[in-house]
Design a binder for this molecule. Structure first.
Ligand SMILES: Nc1ncnc2c1ncn2[C@@H]1O[C@H](COP(=O)(O)OP(=O)(O)O)[C@@H](O)[C@H]1O
Ligand SMILES: [Mg+2]
Length: 234
């Protein structure tokens, strides 16, 4: 579904991604593992059309989208849930959801998507008129995911979705991602809980200093000594 080949990304003179290649099969969860500063967010933002690559291709369903503007990428069906839950704090829950449905691809199915999101997150239904900035961290993350789903994406990239959340909410967010995947959503997952993300993932890639240094099935990486030492503390 998604194929990234030889991606280079720079911030000024500093190289953030160096020849990154990866593949995401339709219907799968693919985990990206790496330390702080490894380039995970840069990779997601480049696929999303926010950063422009200096070199490389990004094929989505066969179409090269490298360098395409983000609204086009979104409208092709690639959504992202950005690091740090970027909800609009002064807008209500309901208005935040509406913002997600402004893509041309999502307009016709807006009401149906809204019902689906509110069924998925009943807490949002109870708080539709509440300002998003007054929600708890977990509720804001649900809203960020819900807003993304309002765009009717086929592939969603989750950047640290459980960062800063209470342990029970972490489990809830990760279970939601697992359930969405079971319903057919293809997912790219960057997650601090490396063990959980590798268990969920069909494939996984390890990023170090902007390069893919290791890849395999989630199971293979869970059993890999280098991964266990560096990311699982074993
Ligand atoms: N907007 C930016 N301007 C300059 N450097 C950046 C910017 N965003 C990220 N970087 C740098 O790029 C590298 C990769 O960062 P990032 O993609 O955020 O990593 P990760 O998400 O894995 O923590 C880091 O060295 C970081 O300092
Ligand atoms: Mg990051």
């Amino acid at each position: 579904m998604l194929k990234v080949s030889g991606l280079d990304v720079f911030y000024g003179d500093a190289q953030a991604l160096d020849g990154v290649s990866l593949e995401v099969a339709e219907g799968s969860i693919v985990a990206i593992v790496g330390a702080n500063g490894a380039g995970k967010t840069s990779l997601i933002r480049t696929i999303a059309g926010i950063n422009r690559p200096a070199r490389g291709q990004i094929h989505f369903r066969g179409l090269d989208i490298a360098g395409a503007p983000s609204y086009k990428v979104c409208d092709l069906g690639i959504g992202q849930v950005a690091e740090g839950r970027q909800v609009f704090p002064t807008l209500s829950v309901s208005e935040n959801l509406d913002m997600g449905a402004m893509l041309p691809r999502a307009r016709a199915t807006r009401e149906r998507n809204r019902e689906r999101v509110l069924d998925l997150f009943p807490r949002l239904r109870e708080r539709l008129s509440q300002a998003a900035g007054t929600l708890s961290g977990g509720e804001q993350q649900m809203l960020a995911i819900g807003r993304c789903l309002m765009g009717a994406p086929e592939l969603v990239m989750f950047d640290e979705p459980s960062l800063g959340l209470a342990p029970t909410v972490v489990q809830q967010v990760l279970a939601t991602i697992r359930d969405l995947n079971r319903e057919g959503l293809t997912c790219v997952l960057v997650e601090q809980n490396v063990a959980v993300s590798l268990r969920l993932a069909a494939r996984a890639y390890v990023l170090e200093n902007g390069r893919v240094t290791l890849s395999g099935t989630g199971k293979e990486l869970l059993a890999d000594d280098r991964v266990r030492q560096a990311y699982l503390g074993m």
